[in-house]
Ligand binder design. Structure first.
Ligand code: C2E
Ligand code: SIN
Ligand code: SIN
Ligand code: FE
Length: 480
């Protein structure tokens, strides 16, 4: 009877013959309103109502008990079980339709709250991913927009989301270029993508709701560019330079979907500026330490190219030895400062043509500790200071300034020691001519009395044996 009354009004009605069947159906279908008889074989209506109100996914579905007018004790039990409303038998059509409308209105309001809550949860989720990125210092090496799109697309906390997101830079013409991130079920995948001018949303035309944020336009449309021939619900947000386009929503785009997308857009644009500033600061840092390393050239005959080569050899050896990419990167800029301490050694000694006196040697040996002192104790320069101090220590304990041996010497120092000697051998110095690659390899691997294989960490020497050609290539690529 209820089905017959409700279907002509456009409702989709699902029926169940008893309580168990009703609960089973509720588990597999998305239901907005339950009309429940009380007297049923097996589980009675009150018990079914109680179970629905106890279930996390069904607790907020309104339940209307259909009872006989005089069954007061049933009504009391049903109220205790959480029933939302009652309909008396025999059912009056007008009353049924009025109650149905009113309870469904309530249900839809609650659903929208749920969506708003999800949008907030998604923002929290995005912030969490970003904090994790910052922790891992990937902020500089990875594109923040793409990372955010990955977390948005693969988030399990956002129930209604697009199948694909494009984070694009609007080009001089009217098209956009960027990374398209797609939901692939278990994972998300990103690829370069461009939108031709003809398929661009009408940015700047403020179609749909004008944004309260100056300079930001948003809108929705049915886009075909992801699946040619099929129009899918899509939404976009742009500030005229950055474009975020969300395509293939499972259903119409609502106000809440647009809010979530706008939040996402603001996060991307905020973190991108932050990343840009961080990058500028990082560049300034690298520039400054290079300037510091060059300052040591004034009194020595080192060249800027020597400094860069030692960086490259050291990074190459570190990588081959299996250090983490962050350590490889660190050694790749820290190595160039190994000789900054020479700034304290008198230029006459450094440029002397002949062999050194004992006093002169004593002066030269001070450059390690002087370098470590100049570099100080800032965490960003800790590896550089470690290298400056230890790059003349030798594996067999015959080095300076401390005579450390084997693993007592920091690995970074053992790596730079070989890089430094290789480059010194290849280069012309006031006290020696430049040597060929073959000659340098021979001296390092077989020794010449001054340099001996025992001076080097055997692991570093193995790497040198394996990659000596690549060191030569670096020398040739960056000649004096
Ligand atoms: P450097 O010229 O940059 O050389 C760095 C290291 O490369 C040297 O550390 C040494 O281990 C190796 N090396 C350089 N030239 C040769 C070479 O002809 N044969 C061999 N087998 N190894 C070589 P070391 O010996 O501790 O010297 C440190 C610094 O002292 C050198 O840096 C250079 O600035 C200075 N120095 C060393 N020997 C002389 C010298 O005879 N005359 C002058 N004026 N300075 C010297
Ligand atoms: C490096 O990793 O920096 C060494 C590679 C090269 O410059 O050839
Ligand atoms: C590094 O921090 O770059 C290397 C650490 C080490 O000395 O093993
Ligand atoms: Fe040195």
């Amino acid at each position: 009877l209820l089905k017959a009354l409700l279907e002509p009004e456009g409702y989709l009605v699902i029926t169940a013959r008893n309580g168990e069947e009703a609960l089973a159906t509720m588990g597999s279908r998305k239901v907005d309103l339950v009309l429940l008889d009380i007297l049923m074989p097996g589980l009675d209506g009150v018990e079914v109502c109680r179970r629905l109100k106890e279930g996390t996914s069904t607790a907020f579905i309104p339940v209307v008990m259909v009872t006989a007018l005089d069954a007061v004790s049933d009504r009391v039990r049903a109220i205790d079980a959480g029933a939302d409303d009652f309909l008396s038998k025999p059912v009056d059509r007008q009353e049924l339709l009025a109650r149905t409308r009113s309870l469904l209105r309530l249900k839809f309001r609650r659903d929208r709250l749920e969506v708003a809550y999800q949008a907030m949860a998604s923002v929290t989720h995005l912030s969490t991913s970003l904090l994790r990125m910052a922790d891992e210092q990937q902020f500089l090496s990875r594109d923040v927009g793409t990372e955010l799109a990955f977390s948005f697309i693969s988030s399990e906390q956002i129930r209604k989301k697009p199948k694909a997101l494009l984070i694009g830079q609007i080009r001089e013409g009217t098209g956009a270029e960027g990374i398209l991130v797609r939901d692939k079920g278990a994972f998300a995948e990103g690829e370069p993508y461009s939108i031709p001018p003809a398929a661009m949303p009408p940015i700047g035309s403020r179609e749909k709701a004008a944004s309260p944020m100056p300079g930001i336009t948003e809108g929705e449309s049915r886009a075909a560019w992801l699946h040619p021939g099929r129009l899918s619900p899509s939404a976009w947000v742009s500030d005229g330079s950055l474009l975020v386009l969300a395509v293939d929503y499972p259903g119409e785009v609502t106000d809440f979907d647009r809010e979530a997308l706008k939040t996402f857009f603001l996060a991307v644009s905020f973190f991108r500026s932050l990343a840009r500033y961080a990058k500028e600061t990082e560049d300034a840092f690298l520039y400054t330490i290079e300037a510091l390393a060059r300052a040591a050239e004034v009194s020595d005959e080192l060249t800027g190219e020597h400094i860069k080569r030692v960086n490259h050899y050291s990074a190459l050896i570190a990588e081959e030895i299996g250090l983490l990419s962050r350590e490889v990167e660190t050694i790749g800029y820290a190595a160039q400062m190994h000789d900054v301490g020479k700034i304290h050694v008198h230029p006459d000694i450094l440029r002397k043509k002949g062999p050194l006196t004992a006093e002169e040697w004593e002066e030269i040996r001070k450059h390690c500790e002087a370098g470590a002192h100049i570099l100080g104790n800032h965490p960003r320069l800790a590896v550089a200071a470690e290298i400056a101090l230890s790059h003349h220590e030798k594996w067999d304990g015959s080095g300076y300034p401390r005579g450390l041996r084997e693993e007592e010497i920091p690995l970074t120092g053992r790596i730079v020691a070989l890089a430094d000697v290789y480059d010194a051998l290849r280069s012309r110095r006031s006290y020696k001519p430049g040597l060929s690659h073959q000659k340098a390899v021979e001296i390092i691997l077989q020794g010449d009395g001054r340099s001996m294989p025992d001076h080097f960490d055997p692991r570093v020497l193995d790497v040198f044996r394996k990659r000596e050609r690549d060191l030569a290539a670096i020398y040739e690529r960056l000649p004096d």
